[in-house]
Design a protein around this ligand. Structure first.
Ligand SMILES: Nc1ncnc2c1ncn2[C@@H]1O[C@H](COP(=O)(O)OP(=O)(O)O)[C@@H](O)[C@H]1O
Ligand SMILES: [Mg+2]
Length: 430
């Protein structure tokens, strides 16, 4: 009976196996299969056998099986135990499990003059001097954090959604159409409801499109990546190259909200085929279908002028919804005022008058007017020399806010509102 035995490799042999693979190499050449790859195959349940002499591990063979083809990845024998037929013993044990797995052909790649050569020749393997081995190392996918850094992404803080005051109709639509299907994907799938992959938010400036986009990412706890058209234009790879690179990078993220602000800048109606906008639109038209194929990602485009956008760009196959974010109605203005005035001073304010006086205000205008009023009251309290504290005068609070409203130039004109109403009828798709 041979003084050595062959058996399957067990997980707790790995320490000895690694030492053997490292110590028993015969040439300085790097093995074709690295130690990490060999251990990976063992851990992945590929056939592997060891030879033992008493308690000592004296030989090992590791393989990889794919369909009808197997590869002997590594064969190693302790120097003291050469010429005992261990190599052939290991190979025949491996071949037994190959046959069980219906493998029809076995190959091995060894550095020239490695000991295994003899073992293979003795076991009926033939050399293939007519072959050349090529290899190439692929760059590994960078970590999420690195990609987020490269694309300027952030993970938005929690609670942004709850800080959106009023806008109940918009909130309800965005919650139902976007957040819920993306959050409960299994349930959506049960009803054969495809979660949205791309949407447009349109409406006049300052109505909260960016705020909503960020809040959606915050609710989903997905990273938020904002793209600025001017950055694309400044990229040394050219706009199309920059877009392709951006989408390729974002593709490595497990989940993401990708946000294009001022989308009309990049996807405007393609009248002039040489224009920058035309080139960006063309590239995006190619990139969006690919983007749409993957789960757990949402593209949000925001625009003030949806009517200037390329109709081909807006087609249903590309964007699931075109959601209007309009000027706040009286209820929304009341909620937004309350949010910016703060609970302490709210009791002293005549909200009805503020709501009425700020008829054409956007949330951004209200935020600005509220800050102006707060600054006035703050300065009055401190006094001219910044020392003497004048007690706050409850009578003045509403007046301060009304003054601030009067001094704020609204960002919405009647024309903006008419145009938005027209867009609402012509373009909205919710
Ligand atoms: N519903 C809202 N409640 C409170 N603040 C809001 C609301 N909507 C917008 N804002 C504020 O108004 C400003 C402008 O909003 P933004 O989202 O940038 O508008 P848009 O992207 O439509 O131009 C931001 O400072 C934002 O915090
Ligand atoms: Mg914006």
């Amino acid at each position: 009976m041979a003084p050595w035995q062959v058996r399957d490799l067990h997980e707790n042999d790995l320490g000895q196996v690694v030492r053997l693979l490292e110590e028993s190499r015969d040439t300085a050449a790097e093995p074709v299969v690295t130690l990490a790859e060999a251990v990976g195959a063992v851990r992945g349940g590929m056939p592997a056998v060891v030879a033992t002499a008493g308690a000592t591990l004296v030989g090992v063979a590791v393989s990889l099986v794919a369909g009808e083809r197997a590869w002997v990845l590594r064969l190693a024998i302790d120097r003291e135990w050469r010429h005992h037929g261990i190599g052939s013993g290991l190979l025949s044990a491996l071949e037994k499990s190959f046959t069980d797995r219906r493998v029809r052909r076995v190959g091995a790649l060894l550095p020239s003059h490695e000991l295994g050569e003899t073992a293979f020749l003795n076991s009926g393997y033939a050399g293939r001097p007519d072959t050349t081995y090529f290899e190439k190392a692929l760059p590994s996918a960078p970590a999420e954090a690195t990609i987020l850094d490269q694309v300027g992404g952030i993970v938005p803080q929690a609670g942004l959604w709850d800080r959106i005051a009023g806008m109940d109709a918009e909130k309800a639509i965005i919650e139902r159409r976007l957040v819920m299907p993306l959050e409960h994907r299994d349930l959506a799938e049960h009803y054969h409801l495809e979660p949205p992959r791309a949407v447009v938010l349109f409406g006049p400036p300052g109505t909260g499109k960016t705020t909503f986009a960020r809040a959606v990412a915050s609710r989903l706890r997905w990273p938020f990546v904002e793209v600025f058209p001017y950055q694309l234009a400044a990229d040394p790879h050219g706009v199309a190259g920059a877009l392709r690179q951006l989408f390729a990078r974002v593709d490595h993220l497990g989940q993401v909200v990708l946000f294009f602000d001022e989308a009309e800048e990049i996807a405007s109606e393609r009248r002039d085929p040489t224009s920058l906008a035309h080139r960006i639109t063309n590239e995006l038209l190619k990139l969006i279908p690919v983007f749409r194929r993957r789960d757990r990602r949402l593209l949000i485009c925001a625009t003030n002028t949806v009517r200037r956008m390329d109709p081909a760009f807006l087609r249903p196959g590309r964007f699931d919804y075109l959601i209007p974010i309009g000027p706040p109605d009286a209820d929304a203005r009341r909620a937004i005022w309350a949010r910016y005035i703060g609970p302490d001073r709210l009791a002293h304010v005549d909200l009805d008058r503020l709501v009425e006086a700020s008829a054409r205000f956007t949330p951004a205008d209200i935020e600005y007017a509220a800050r102006t009023a707060a600054q006035t009251a703050f300065e009055r309290h401190l006094g001219a020399d910044g020392q003497a504290a004048a007690p706050a005068d409850p009578e003045r609070v509403t007046a301060d806010y009304l003054d601030a409203v009067a001094a704020t130039r609204t960002s919405l004109t009647e024309d903006d509102i008419t145009a938005f109403d027209r867009d609402l009828r012509a373009a909205a798709r919710v």
